[in-house]
Design a protein around this ligand. Sequence first.
Ligand code: NAD
Length: 353
Amino acid sequence: MKTFTYQAAPTRVVFGAGALGSLAAEIDRLGARRALVLATPEQVASAEHVAGLLGKRAAGIFARAVMHVPVETARAAREEAERLGADCAVAIGGGSTTGLGKAIALESALPILAVPTTYAGSEMTSIWGITEAGVKKTGRDDRVRPRTVIYDPELTLTLPYGLTVTSALNAIAHAAEGLYAHDGNPVVALMAEEGIRASAAALAPLQADPQDLAARGDALYGAWLCGSVLGSVAMGLHHKLCHTLGGSFNLPHAEVHTVILPHALAYNAAAAPEAMARVSRALGGTSAPRAVFELARRHNAPTSLAAIGMSAEGLDRAADLAAATPYPNPRPLERDALRQLLQRAFDGTPPDA
Ligand code: NAD
């Protein structure tokens, strides 16, 4: 018999093609009147579309979200919300835009409505991150958890195919680590396996036609489940390595997840057989690490750190950093084994499990 603790997240989720149409009603439901719309500069047109839909409920647009939430941007967004008298924020975009919304909420407690357009999953977590003087601080705080999430697959039709694949693998990584989390539970395990299955199954139809709305729906459904896993349980080696490589070596987020995942799973394989069985069942392969590696390769995603801008000289320091702070992981952290893992990931050698 298993012993576990389960707590359901309070986020309201509205899912479906055209769901963006319910945004005004969802703002009313929160008792809010004036929304600041957040986006990246690349997605300013989406922000304008949202502001148009909201009419008088739109207080203004702040389209300066960037990766890793610089503290200056968070401050400027918070000031803009105050200046415009906004009483909620709508974050339309990927993890960077959701992250900006969370940074606003962290100090102002402004309610956030998230409209995700990638598969990063940040909208389902209470994890925030802010970068100050080149150092990214992260934490968990219930104030930053979006109150409402609107998943509309139509908004993901424009996601470039390369980012579609790496973002889906980013989602799969949350679920895979959730399967061996020290604080896991049976509900999270169900969500994780189904999230991996749905995310992976969407990629073949999307390779054939990135405009396939049904497959976009499956991928977003998978992202919701995988993001929920990330929001529910502690992450291990894989997320720690990606955080180190992304933060200290400035590598692109979703691509790092894609390259590292097969190797992190191989590192933990012998110590987490049940999790591996679920991952391979969801992917239809025999070895979980190999199945993830093959999924990335089949969809032309990067499979080596060298290909995404890592320098060979940085590998020793990355291994030191990853081994430095202890955190829960099925297999104990051994510096030399981590260094070997990083070498395989750097070279793009298939995982050794
Ligand atoms: P992103 O938000 O940086 O987006 C990447 C680029 O794609 C941006 O230019 C964006 O405007 C564009 N884009 C997004 N959706 C698009 C669409 N549908 N069509 C066209 N272009 C689109 O990338 P991401 O991978 O979603 O997020 C990465 C960030 O999120 C990282 O900073 C990471 O640390 C953070 N993150 C946080 C959590 C958490 O729980 N706190 C979880 C996952 C990721």
